[in-house]
Design a binder for this molecule. Structure first.
Ligand code: ACM
Length: 754
């Protein structure tokens, strides 16, 4: 259909009374704007609506808005260069601070005004949020309003670790799309680490020929897994950087040094200290000993690499890592020690300071700024360098005290490899539960910083490490919706923080992201059932993370708004199929529960329902088998594999079944491995043991591991239990001669006597 370019536009007017003072969160905007004044009426967008770009850079923002609306609402608006009535206008004008914008929506049109491209883009994002996902009849309308908006912090970031597991260029571009519609503006891209070098460097092809590939670790005797890996060509990186720039996002590349350098040293062993490389070490996790040496040819290598990095990434900041560089190899290397003496450097920490300062000067001479993990503060750091605080916020405090800028990305709260839900529906990750509410509650201006120190806080960032995040679907799940909480904490004024309002605004935002290919985690909404057996009765307690209405059925039928409302524990005398949903404001949330409930189910606990005896290094680890298809996930503390079945009902129970799996112990934890202790086994393969009351209690059952030893998947072990009455904790551990293999529990079933 051909339409006249300047056809007069008829607007559908739907007047609504102006509210005197609508709080900003009444608008479906995420992040919340600084100020929003509601006006009369609504603005309707139709296929005939024209977009007008006025001033330099405005066309790029207008095109982005049009493309976003086309992808998500299926309507492709045309652009014009001259004013028309009823149009959406993108206008570049002086007077706004960085990234700030004004959005004026009236029944007769909408105007975005800003002084920079980011501001124009963000005004477009806000208008898109007001218009979508659209009304129930499919119309796109926005309430009349005047919004004046600007970010609280300049750095609103996510970190993607592409080194531990590689994601496709298409995924990285999709992630950038998702970030852009949250007004997130920094993608910290972790491109090199011990496990992989992901960036093509023309001058050093072996970095990717050798360093981009590895065979994942498997338990001894398990079928080998296929080689995995990949890297980004320079052409792909240029396309990704351009994609990000067009959306107001600066990519901050990270090239790790002096530690986390194994992939480079595998490719070019002359970069290391001469310590032998353990075969297969690249498929371990943890803190590795291999550091770059400090010879001139190694600095030439690093500077040549950085020259190519600077060509590809035009942004201000270049991240050089600096974390977890254990100095054992530097201490043991005569060449490193000789260099230290020649330089007059006091110790290895100061040598790292010298190393980082030298790279900092290299970057500064090329107009860039170095940023590194908070360890770089320990050796003295160049004045213009910025710090990324990850060991809590102390790094930021020290940085600010010494006049450095800092970004807050503290573990564990802003480490998005941590689980966000407590059910077995969660993918693998670190074991600490960091839910959406906890991320949202994070305060980027902690009171422990003085106002002067707070001026050095550039902003905050959520980090997705991917040791245990093998697929892109899982990466998306771990990042969103927690990234939406980062967006709001980074953009909106502190005093507007309110979790319930955030959730209300998050729901339509997630709907908008569906056409952009995002499948976010539903962990915050998912209904969880805890079952308890009491005599012949089973008691089901339902819950979910966010405040919502829970409704359920017991006959297998679809639960919905008309189903029974959950008001307290459900007592069941016979078997039932329990299905439950969460609703909020009449809207069905995702995360339905569907569970066969009977006495056997009430006597069962999966690993997420057991308590870990300790949480030294708590991980939800994925089985190393099978290569294709679903694998079991085991929640364990690799420093102390030990589980508690709390308050186990023992009346009438005559046996116990434990589903166990074996994993490789592929953790580089230095001498800490000597602290992992097991009881002495009685048989060659060892045994699981069940103790009553606690881990020093009476041994009630022994389950030999021989039947599981040759099976790479999950094996069910079974043993009789002596008759006991009442309730008691059960402690489950295993005996072993060493850490390999690591055994883990997937499920425990108490079996009633017939
Ligand atoms: C880090 O988590 N090692 C920065």
């Amino acid at each position: 259909m051909i339409r006249a370019l300047l056809a007069p536009i008829l607007l559908m007017l739907a007047t609504s009374p102006a509210a005197a003072a609508t709080p900003p969160h009444a608008l479906p905007l995420l992040p919340q704007p600084r100020s929003a004044v509601p006006l009369d009426g609504r603005f309707a967008v139709t296929a005939d609506t024209i977009i007008v770009a006025e001033g330099e850079g405005a066309r790029a923002a207008a095109e982005r808005f049009a493309a976003l609306l086309a992808r998500t609402a299926g309507i492709r608006l045309r652009l014009a260069d001259r004013p028309v009535s009823g149009a959406i206008v993108f206008r570049r004008a002086p007077g706004f601070s960085a990234e700030a914008y004004r959005l004026e929506v009236a029944p007769g049109g909408a105007t975005v005004t800003a002084s920079d491209l980011s501001g124009l883009l963000y005004g477009g994002v806000s208008l898109w949020q007001l218009l979508t996902p659209g009304e129930s009849d499919g119309r796109l309308t926005a309430p009349a309003v005047r919004i004046d908006d600007a970010p609280r912090f300049a750095w609103r970031g996510l970190m993607l670790d592409s080194a531990r597991h590689f994601q496709s260029p298409e995924f990285v571009m999709r992630l950038i799309d998702w970030m852009a519609v949250h007004k997130l503006n920094r993608l910290h891209w972790h491109l090199t680490d011990d496990q992989g070098w992901r960036l093509e460097i023309r001058r050093y092809p072996r970095l990717t020929e050798i360093g981009a590939w590895r065979v994942p670790a498997g338990a001894l005797g398990a079928p080998p897994l296929p080689r995995i890996g990949g890297f980004y060509t320079q052409d792909q990186v240029r396309a990704i950087v351009a994609h990000a720039r067009a959306r107001g996002i600066e990519i901050v590349p990270e090239i790790e040094m002096p530690g986390h350098a194994l992939s480079a040293i595998r490719a070019y062993p002359e970069l290391g200290t001469g310590m032998p490389l353990d075969p297969g070490a690249e498929s371990d996790w943890g803190v590795f000993p291999w550091l770059y040496n400090v010879e001139e040819p190694t600095f030439a290598f690093l500077e040549n690499v950085l020259d190519e990095v600077l060509e590809l990434f035009p942004g201000t900041f270049i991240h050089v890592g600096g974390d977890e560089a254990v100095k054992d190899q530097w201490r043991a290397s005569p060449a490193v020690q000789a260099r230290m003496r020649a330089l007059g450097v006091a110790d290895e920490a100061a040598l790292q300071g010298w190393f980082v300062a030298r790279i900092g000067r290299f970057l500064e001479a090329r107009g860039r700024r170095l940023i590194g993990w908070d360890e770089i503060l320990e050796g003295g750091v160049p004045q213009g360098a910025a710090i990324m605080s990850w060991r809590g916020i102390d790094g930021a405090v020290h940085a600010a005290q010494s006049g450095h800028d800092a970004v807050l990305s503290p573990a564990p709260i802003l480490y998005f490899d941590n689980r966000q839900g407590g059910t077995s529906a969660e993918p693998p990750g670190r074991g600490r539960l960091v839910d959406l509410a906890e991320v949202y509650a994070f305060d980027p201006a902690p009171a422990s910083l003085t106002p002067d120190q707070q001026r050095h806080i550039l902003g905050l960032q959520g980090n997705l490490w991917t040791e245990h995040v093998r697929t892109e679907e899982r990466a998306a799940h771990m990042l969103f919706p927690r990234a939406a909480a980062i967006a709001e904490r980074g953009w909106s004024a502190a005093e507007t923080r309110e979790f319930a309002g955030f959730v209300d605004r998050l729901l339509p935002q997630l709907d908008r992201l569906d056409p952009l290919g995002l499948r976010p985690a539903d962990s915050a909404f998912r209904v969880r059932a805890d079952l308890r057996a009491e005599g012949g009765t089973v008691i089901a307690t339902l819950s979910n993370q966010i405040a919502s209405e829970l409704r359920y059925t017991l006959d297998g039928s679809d639960p919905g708004a008309g189903s029974a409302i959950y008001s307290g524990p459900i007592r069941l005398q016979r078997s039932a199929r329990l299905r439950a949903v969460a609703l909020r404001g009449g809207r069905l949330l995702s995360g339905a529960l569907d569970l066969a409930v009977d006495r056997l189910a009430a006597l069962r606990r999966d690993d997420t329902q057991l308590k870990l005896c300790s949480e030294n290094i708590a991980l939800a680890l994925e089985d190393d088998w099978p290569a294709q298809g679903d694998r079991a996930v085991f929640l364990t503390d690799v420093m102390n594999p030990c589980w508690i079945y709390e308050d186990a009902p023992l009346d009438g129970v005559s046996a116990i079944e434990i589903d166990v799996g074996q994993l490789p112990f592929n953790f580089q934890i230095g001498r800490d491995v000597e602290r992992i202790r097991f009881r002495e086994p009685a048989t060659q393969a060892g045994e699981f043991e069940v103790r009553l009351g606690g881990c020093e209690g009476e041994r009630m059952a022994v389950l030999p591991l021989a039947p599981a030893a040759d099976h790479p998947g999950v094996t069910r072990l079974r043993a009789p239990l002596p008759p006991r009455t009442g309730r008691s904790d059960l402690c489950i551990t295993y005996t072993a001669r060493g850490v390999e293999p690591l055994w883990a529990v997937d499920m425990i079933q108490l079996v009633p006597a017939e």
